[in-house]
Design a protein around this ligand. Structure first.
Ligand SMILES: [Zn+2]
Length: 319
């Protein structure tokens, strides 16, 4: 779990206000061009789309990888806007069936929280996909009926060959609240009772992934707005998918991420309100525009040529 829309805004606004160049930050309207950005109509053969929250789908050469799918968008805030910590787990299988109808070969899990791992058991059991996660994530998956054989354990440092593409796993970190705490921390060294509420899905460590398709690479620091700088320094991915949930207490977050990895394109992730349903006409086509604006401002301030793609939810892009 990360933060709600208001908290995302606060984090981004604070970062902008803290910048000497806040006044020259690119306005959201400039980032949100109405047409598909030229650089996102490329011919890499790698297509990707944002599934909302921190979910992503990647296809190339008939292969399919999904990361942190969360189409359900549980209504975890009450009328007063208070977070409901014991909200029951329930998957909107209609939405998963509609939008993720084809088998993903791989499901990558960045961490155990409900807004990242809720749908993994359903998806993996339905399609027989392979899922990658930490020991805790594995235990949470097994508790929900995922067969052992479908789970690949990772701790960071792995470079796995799927023959046609590779996946590197990196040790990463979860974002922190204002008081430097996180929601539902914890690790599980054994298989727990079947999780019933969102608090039962503990973080269990956070991972980052680099998917490389014949030299075209996408780095997913997408699950939580924090990372281990030394783990990813020098990677130079074509695309960096960067979590933009609240990061006011993570030192120099966007600048450190862009400077360490120098991507050609950066795409914000985890920057929507997390609760408006995908089939609700009120759902904005894009996430919080402050996220893309902050990334554009940071790239400009650092003198990087990195371009920002502010993605429309469920729209395919090819780089
Ligand atoms: Zn989380």
């Amino acid at each position: 779990m990360c933060l709600n829309r208001r908290q995302v805004l606060v984090g981004s606004a604070a970062a902008l206000a803290g910048s000497a160049l806040a006044g020259s930050a690119m306005p959201a309207s400039a980032v949100q061009a109405s047409a598909v950005p030229e650089f996102a109509e490329g011919r890499s053969g790698v297509r990707m789309r944002w599934l909302g929250v921190a979910g992503w789908e990647l296809t190339f050469a008939g292969r399919r990888v999904v990361i942190d799918p969360y189409l359900t968008r549980l209504p975890v805030f009450d009328q007063a806007g208070k977070f409901i910590e014991n909200h029951p787990l329930r998957v909107r299988t209609d939405l998963v069936d509609r939008h993720l109808a084809e088998k993903p070969e791989l499901v990558l899990v960045t961490h155990g929280h409900y807004d990242h791992m809720l749908e993994a058991p359903y998806l993996v059991q339905k399609h027989g996909s392979r899922v990658i996660g930490s020991e805790t994530h594995r235990n949470l998956l097994l508790a929900q009926g995922v067969p052992k054989a479908n789970v690949t354990l990772a701790g960071g440092g792995e470079h796995l060959d799927f023959h046609g593409f590779t996946v590197q796993v990196f040790r990463s970190l979860h974002s922190v609240f204002k008081d430097y705490s996180t929601f539902a921390p914890g690790t599980l060294t054994g298989v727990p009772q079947r999780p019933e509420t969102i608090s039962d899905l503990v973080e269990g460590g956070t991972l980052a992934y680099l998917v490389d398709v014949g030299g075209f690479s996408v780095l997913f620091l997408s699950g939580a707005a924090n990372f281990v700088e030394r783990e990813v320094a020098g990677l130079r991915p074509d695309v960096l998918v960067l979590a933009m949930s609240g990061h006011a207490n993570v030192f120099d977050y966007t600048a450190r991420a862009l400077r360490a990895t120098r991507p050609r394109v950066v795409v914000p992730s985890h920057h929507d309100d997390m609760v408006t349903q995908l089939d609700d006409p009120a759902l904005p086509p894009r996430g919080n525009p402050a996220a893309a604006a902050e990334l554009a401002e940071t790239a400009k301030r650092l003198g990087l040529a990195t371009r920002v793609l502010d993605p429309e939810v469920l729209r395919w892009y090819e780089f």
